[in-house]
Design a protein around this ligand. Structure first.
Ligand SMILES: Cc1cc2nc3c(=O)[nH]c(=O)nc-3n(C[C@H](O)[C@H](O)[C@H](O)COP(=O)(O)OP(=O)(O)OC[C@H]3O[C@@H](n4cnc5c(N)ncnc54)[C@H](O)[C@@H]3O)c2cc1C
Length: 283
Protein backbone atom coordinates (compact mmCIF):
# COMPACT_ATOMS: atom_id res chain seq x y z
CA UNK A 1 0.00 0.00 0.00
CA UNK A 2 1.34 3.47 -0.91
CA UNK A 3 1.14 6.11 1.84
CA UNK A 4 -0.53 9.38 0.79
CA UNK A 5 1.81 12.35 0.26
CA UNK A 6 0.38 14.19 3.28
CA UNK A 7 2.66 12.01 5.45
CA UNK A 8 5.79 13.22 3.65
CA UNK A 9 5.03 16.90 3.14
CA UNK A 10 6.98 17.94 6.24
CA UNK A 11 10.24 16.75 4.61
CA UNK A 12 9.44 16.65 0.87
CA UNK A 13 8.64 19.82 -1.10
CA UNK A 14 6.13 18.28 -3.51
CA UNK A 15 5.52 15.41 -5.86
CA UNK A 16 6.69 17.37 -8.90
CA UNK A 17 8.94 20.32 -9.80
CA UNK A 18 6.00 22.74 -10.05
CA UNK A 19 5.03 22.06 -6.43
CA UNK A 20 8.64 22.48 -5.25
CA UNK A 21 9.26 25.83 -7.02
CA UNK A 22 7.38 28.12 -4.56
CA UNK A 23 9.24 26.52 -1.65
CA UNK A 24 12.60 27.04 -3.36
CA UNK A 25 11.73 30.65 -4.23
CA UNK A 26 10.68 31.33 -0.64
CA UNK A 27 14.02 30.02 0.64
CA UNK A 28 15.97 32.01 -1.99
CA UNK A 29 14.10 35.16 -0.97
CA UNK A 30 15.42 34.67 2.56
CA UNK A 31 19.00 34.44 1.23
CA UNK A 32 19.12 30.64 1.52
CA UNK A 33 20.54 28.69 -1.42
CA UNK A 34 19.01 25.37 -2.41
CA UNK A 35 20.00 21.95 -3.68
CA UNK A 36 17.12 20.21 -5.46
CA UNK A 37 16.92 16.43 -5.28
CA UNK A 38 14.61 14.46 -7.54
CA UNK A 39 13.89 11.51 -5.25
CA UNK A 40 14.51 7.88 -6.20
CA UNK A 41 17.21 5.21 -5.93
CA UNK A 42 18.35 1.86 -7.33
CA UNK A 43 17.21 1.77 -10.94
CA UNK A 44 17.79 -1.67 -12.50
CA UNK A 45 17.03 -1.19 -16.22
CA UNK A 46 18.65 1.05 -18.85
CA UNK A 47 15.40 2.52 -20.08
CA UNK A 48 14.60 3.93 -16.64
CA UNK A 49 18.19 5.08 -16.05
CA UNK A 50 18.25 6.89 -19.44
CA UNK A 51 14.93 8.48 -18.61
CA UNK A 52 16.26 9.61 -15.20
CA UNK A 53 19.25 11.32 -16.82
CA UNK A 54 16.83 13.10 -19.21
CA UNK A 55 14.79 14.19 -16.20
CA UNK A 56 17.90 15.51 -14.39
CA UNK A 57 18.88 17.44 -17.56
CA UNK A 58 15.39 18.87 -17.81
CA UNK A 59 15.66 19.87 -14.15
CA UNK A 60 18.87 21.84 -14.85
CA UNK A 61 17.08 23.70 -17.67
CA UNK A 62 14.02 24.38 -15.52
CA UNK A 63 16.14 25.74 -12.63
CA UNK A 64 17.87 28.08 -15.06
CA UNK A 65 14.63 29.16 -16.75
CA UNK A 66 12.93 29.80 -13.39
CA UNK A 67 15.95 31.84 -12.20
CA UNK A 68 16.30 29.77 -9.01
CA UNK A 69 19.47 29.79 -6.91
CA UNK A 70 19.75 26.01 -6.83
CA UNK A 71 22.20 23.26 -7.63
CA UNK A 72 21.10 19.62 -7.87
CA UNK A 73 21.99 16.45 -6.01
CA UNK A 74 21.88 13.11 -7.78
CA UNK A 75 22.19 9.44 -6.83
CA UNK A 76 24.38 7.24 -9.02
CA UNK A 77 22.09 4.25 -8.41
CA UNK A 78 19.41 6.23 -10.24
CA UNK A 79 21.76 6.58 -13.22
CA UNK A 80 22.60 2.92 -13.74
CA UNK A 81 25.30 2.16 -11.13
CA UNK A 82 23.70 -1.25 -10.41
CA UNK A 83 23.74 -2.04 -14.16
CA UNK A 84 27.30 -1.17 -15.27
CA UNK A 85 29.92 1.28 -13.97
CA UNK A 86 31.01 2.55 -17.41
CA UNK A 87 27.41 3.06 -18.45
CA UNK A 88 26.80 5.02 -15.22
CA UNK A 89 29.92 7.16 -15.88
CA UNK A 90 28.65 7.95 -19.41
CA UNK A 91 25.31 9.00 -17.95
CA UNK A 92 26.99 11.17 -15.32
CA UNK A 93 29.16 12.83 -17.97
CA UNK A 94 26.10 13.42 -20.20
CA UNK A 95 24.52 15.31 -17.31
CA UNK A 96 27.74 17.16 -16.46
CA UNK A 97 28.09 18.33 -20.09
CA UNK A 98 24.87 20.29 -19.60
CA UNK A 99 25.88 21.52 -16.13
CA UNK A 100 29.18 22.82 -17.52
CA UNK A 101 27.53 24.43 -20.53
CA UNK A 102 25.04 26.25 -18.28
CA UNK A 103 27.53 26.90 -15.45
CA UNK A 104 25.64 24.78 -12.92
CA UNK A 105 26.67 22.39 -10.16
CA UNK A 106 25.94 18.69 -9.57
CA UNK A 107 26.56 16.95 -6.25
CA UNK A 108 26.79 13.17 -6.14
CA UNK A 109 25.01 12.06 -2.95
CA UNK A 110 26.61 9.24 -0.97
CA UNK A 111 24.56 6.07 -0.59
CA UNK A 112 25.19 2.85 1.41
CA UNK A 113 28.65 1.24 1.75
CA UNK A 114 28.16 -1.10 -1.21
CA UNK A 115 28.64 2.04 -3.32
CA UNK A 116 31.28 4.10 -1.45
CA UNK A 117 34.33 2.98 -3.45
CA UNK A 118 32.74 3.28 -6.86
CA UNK A 119 31.10 6.61 -6.00
CA UNK A 120 34.44 8.14 -4.96
CA UNK A 121 36.11 6.70 -8.04
CA UNK A 122 33.45 8.06 -10.44
CA UNK A 123 33.56 11.40 -8.61
CA UNK A 124 37.33 11.60 -9.18
CA UNK A 125 36.88 10.89 -12.90
CA UNK A 126 34.20 13.56 -13.08
CA UNK A 127 36.26 16.06 -11.08
CA UNK A 128 39.17 15.62 -13.50
CA UNK A 129 36.90 16.33 -16.45
CA UNK A 130 34.48 18.91 -15.02
CA UNK A 131 36.27 20.51 -12.02
CA UNK A 132 34.14 23.07 -10.20
CA UNK A 133 30.87 21.71 -11.63
CA UNK A 134 30.88 18.55 -9.50
CA UNK A 135 31.17 17.57 -5.85
CA UNK A 136 30.38 14.60 -3.66
CA UNK A 137 29.52 13.65 -0.08
CA UNK A 138 31.57 11.98 2.64
CA UNK A 139 30.05 10.28 5.69
CA UNK A 140 31.88 10.89 8.98
CA UNK A 141 30.66 7.63 10.59
CA UNK A 142 32.60 5.38 8.17
CA UNK A 143 36.00 4.09 9.35
CA UNK A 144 37.41 4.48 5.84
CA UNK A 145 36.70 8.23 5.92
CA UNK A 146 39.94 8.74 7.90
CA UNK A 147 41.79 7.97 4.66
CA UNK A 148 39.24 9.36 2.18
CA UNK A 149 39.18 12.88 3.64
CA UNK A 150 42.92 13.68 3.27
CA UNK A 151 42.91 12.01 -0.14
CA UNK A 152 40.02 14.15 -1.41
CA UNK A 153 41.27 17.29 0.35
CA UNK A 154 44.59 16.86 -1.47
CA UNK A 155 42.87 17.30 -4.85
CA UNK A 156 40.76 20.23 -3.57
CA UNK A 157 37.46 18.38 -3.97
CA UNK A 158 34.14 20.03 -3.18
CA UNK A 159 32.88 17.92 -0.27
CA UNK A 160 29.64 17.90 1.68
CA UNK A 161 30.45 16.38 5.08
CA UNK A 162 27.56 14.59 6.82
CA UNK A 163 27.34 11.99 9.60
CA UNK A 164 25.84 9.25 7.40
CA UNK A 165 22.21 8.16 7.08
CA UNK A 166 22.36 4.44 6.27
CA UNK A 167 22.41 1.56 8.76
CA UNK A 168 25.96 0.17 8.58
CA UNK A 169 27.66 -2.60 10.60
CA UNK A 170 30.23 -1.95 13.33
CA UNK A 171 33.13 -3.21 11.20
CA UNK A 172 32.43 -0.40 8.70
CA UNK A 173 31.03 2.47 10.75
CA UNK A 174 31.17 4.12 14.17
CA UNK A 175 27.98 3.38 16.08
CA UNK A 176 27.89 5.91 18.91
CA UNK A 177 27.19 9.62 18.65
CA UNK A 178 30.12 11.03 20.69
CA UNK A 179 32.60 9.12 18.48
CA UNK A 180 30.81 10.20 15.30
CA UNK A 181 30.88 13.83 16.45
CA UNK A 182 34.62 13.67 17.24
CA UNK A 183 35.33 12.17 13.81
CA UNK A 184 33.12 14.83 12.18
CA UNK A 185 35.13 17.63 13.85
CA UNK A 186 38.46 16.17 12.73
CA UNK A 187 37.26 15.87 9.10
CA UNK A 188 35.60 19.31 9.12
CA UNK A 189 38.92 20.84 10.27
CA UNK A 190 40.82 19.14 7.43
CA UNK A 191 38.27 20.25 4.84
CA UNK A 192 38.20 23.82 6.14
CA UNK A 193 42.01 24.02 6.17
CA UNK A 194 42.63 22.32 2.85
CA UNK A 195 39.69 22.74 0.46
CA UNK A 196 38.34 25.92 -1.13
CA UNK A 197 34.71 25.69 0.00
CA UNK A 198 33.60 22.82 2.31
CA UNK A 199 29.92 22.15 3.02
CA UNK A 200 29.01 21.40 6.63
CA UNK A 201 25.79 19.35 6.51
CA UNK A 202 24.28 18.83 9.96
CA UNK A 203 21.46 19.99 12.24
CA UNK A 204 23.60 19.31 15.29
CA UNK A 205 24.29 22.46 17.36
CA UNK A 206 27.39 20.95 18.93
CA UNK A 207 28.97 20.56 15.47
CA UNK A 208 27.65 23.85 14.09
CA UNK A 209 29.06 25.78 17.05
CA UNK A 210 32.33 23.88 16.91
CA UNK A 211 32.76 24.76 13.21
CA UNK A 212 31.94 28.43 13.84
CA UNK A 213 34.49 28.59 16.69
CA UNK A 214 37.13 26.67 14.73
CA UNK A 215 36.77 29.03 11.77
CA UNK A 216 36.90 32.11 13.94
CA UNK A 217 39.92 31.04 15.95
CA UNK A 218 41.78 30.11 12.75
CA UNK A 219 40.83 33.39 11.04
CA UNK A 220 38.80 31.58 8.37
CA UNK A 221 36.17 33.96 6.95
CA UNK A 222 32.46 33.08 7.01
CA UNK A 223 32.47 33.27 3.21
CA UNK A 224 34.88 30.29 2.95
CA UNK A 225 32.37 27.53 3.86
CA UNK A 226 28.68 26.74 3.89
CA UNK A 227 26.20 25.16 6.32
CA UNK A 228 23.63 22.79 4.85
CA UNK A 229 20.36 21.48 6.32
CA UNK A 230 17.43 19.43 5.09
CA UNK A 231 14.11 20.88 3.97
CA UNK A 232 11.59 21.01 6.81
CA UNK A 233 14.18 21.04 9.61
CA UNK A 234 15.46 24.03 11.60
CA UNK A 235 14.45 26.74 9.13
CA UNK A 236 14.62 29.42 11.83
CA UNK A 237 18.21 28.43 12.55
CA UNK A 238 19.00 28.69 8.83
CA UNK A 239 17.51 32.17 8.68
CA UNK A 240 19.41 33.27 11.80
CA UNK A 241 22.68 32.00 10.31
CA UNK A 242 22.04 33.97 7.10
CA UNK A 243 21.43 37.07 9.25
CA UNK A 244 24.78 36.35 10.88
CA UNK A 245 26.46 36.37 7.41
CA UNK A 246 26.99 32.59 7.07
CA UNK A 247 26.34 30.82 3.76
CA UNK A 248 23.38 28.45 4.15
CA UNK A 249 21.94 25.92 1.72
CA UNK A 250 18.86 23.75 2.15
CA UNK A 251 18.52 20.36 0.49
CA UNK A 252 15.04 20.21 -1.02
CA UNK A 253 13.81 16.79 -2.12
CA UNK A 254 10.76 16.33 -4.34
CA UNK A 255 9.15 13.62 -6.46
CA UNK A 256 6.80 10.70 -6.16
CA UNK A 257 9.44 8.24 -4.91
CA UNK A 258 9.74 9.81 -1.46
CA UNK A 259 9.23 6.78 0.76
CA UNK A 260 12.89 5.63 1.36
CA UNK A 261 14.02 9.24 2.05
CA UNK A 262 11.05 9.80 4.35
CA UNK A 263 11.79 6.55 6.26
CA UNK A 264 15.44 7.59 6.84
CA UNK A 265 14.29 10.90 8.34
CA UNK A 266 11.92 9.12 10.73
CA UNK A 267 14.55 6.54 11.68
CA UNK A 268 17.28 9.04 12.56
CA UNK A 269 15.29 11.11 15.06
CA UNK A 270 12.19 10.17 17.04
CA UNK A 271 11.10 13.83 17.24
CA UNK A 272 10.65 13.74 13.45
CA UNK A 273 7.68 11.41 13.92
CA UNK A 274 6.00 14.15 15.99
CA UNK A 275 6.85 16.73 13.32
CA UNK A 276 5.06 14.58 10.75
CA UNK A 277 2.00 14.15 12.92
CA UNK A 278 1.80 17.84 13.85
CA UNK A 279 2.08 18.90 10.19
CA UNK A 280 -0.67 16.49 9.22
CA UNK A 281 -3.03 17.96 11.79
CA UNK A 282 -2.26 21.52 10.61
CA UNK A 283 -4.13 20.85 7.29
C1 LIG B 1 22.15 18.80 3.42
C2 LIG B 1 22.29 17.38 3.84
C3 LIG B 1 22.63 16.43 2.90
C4 LIG B 1 22.80 15.09 3.28
N1 LIG B 1 23.23 14.17 2.36
C5 LIG B 1 23.49 12.91 2.76
C6 LIG B 1 24.07 11.96 1.88
O1 LIG B 1 24.35 12.22 0.70
N2 LIG B 1 24.30 10.69 2.35
C7 LIG B 1 24.02 10.35 3.66
O2 LIG B 1 24.28 9.20 4.05
N3 LIG B 1 23.45 11.23 4.50
C8 LIG B 1 23.19 12.49 4.09
N4 LIG B 1 22.64 13.37 4.98
C9 LIG B 1 22.07 12.90 6.27
C10 LIG B 1 23.10 12.86 7.37
O3 LIG B 1 24.05 11.86 7.11
C11 LIG B 1 22.44 12.58 8.75
O4 LIG B 1 21.79 11.35 8.69
C12 LIG B 1 21.43 13.62 9.16
O5 LIG B 1 21.83 14.92 8.82
C13 LIG B 1 21.23 13.57 10.70
O6 LIG B 1 22.40 13.94 11.38
P1 LIG B 1 22.54 15.41 12.04
O7 LIG B 1 23.96 15.64 12.31
O8 LIG B 1 21.88 16.40 11.14
O9 LIG B 1 21.68 15.39 13.36
P2 LIG B 1 21.23 14.16 14.31
O10 LIG B 1 22.39 13.25 14.52
O11 LIG B 1 19.95 13.59 13.79
O12 LIG B 1 20.92 14.93 15.63
C14 LIG B 1 21.98 15.38 16.51
C15 LIG B 1 21.47 16.50 17.37
O13 LIG B 1 21.24 17.66 16.55
C16 LIG B 1 20.09 18.36 17.02
N5 LIG B 1 19.03 18.31 16.01
C17 LIG B 1 18.91 17.43 14.98
N6 LIG B 1 17.81 17.71 14.25
C18 LIG B 1 17.21 18.76 14.84
C19 LIG B 1 16.04 19.51 14.58
N7 LIG B 1 15.24 19.23 13.57
N8 LIG B 1 15.73 20.53 15.41
C20 LIG B 1 16.52 20.83 16.48
N9 LIG B 1 17.66 20.15 16.78
C21 LIG B 1 17.98 19.14 15.97
C22 LIG B 1 19.65 17.64 18.29
O14 LIG B 1 20.31 18.21 19.38
C23 LIG B 1 20.15 16.24 18.06
O15 LIG B 1 20.33 15.51 19.25
C24 LIG B 1 22.52 14.72 4.63
C25 LIG B 1 22.18 15.69 5.58
C26 LIG B 1 22.08 17.01 5.21
C27 LIG B 1 21.76 18.03 6.26
Amino acid sequence: MKLPFIFAKRFVAGEDFGQAVPKVSALNEKGIKVTLDLLGENVTDRKTADHTVDEYIELLHRIKDAGLDSSISIKLTMMGLDIDTNYCRDNLFRLLDVAKEQDQFIRIDMEGTDYTDVTISLFKDAFKAYGKHVGTVIQAYLHRTKADIPDLAEIGADIRLCKGAYKEPERLALQNMPAIREAYKEYAATLINKTPFPRIATHDDELINWVKDFAESNKIGKSRFEFQMLYGLRQETCEAMVQDSYNVRVYVPYGTMWFPYFSRRLAERKENIWFVLSTMFKN
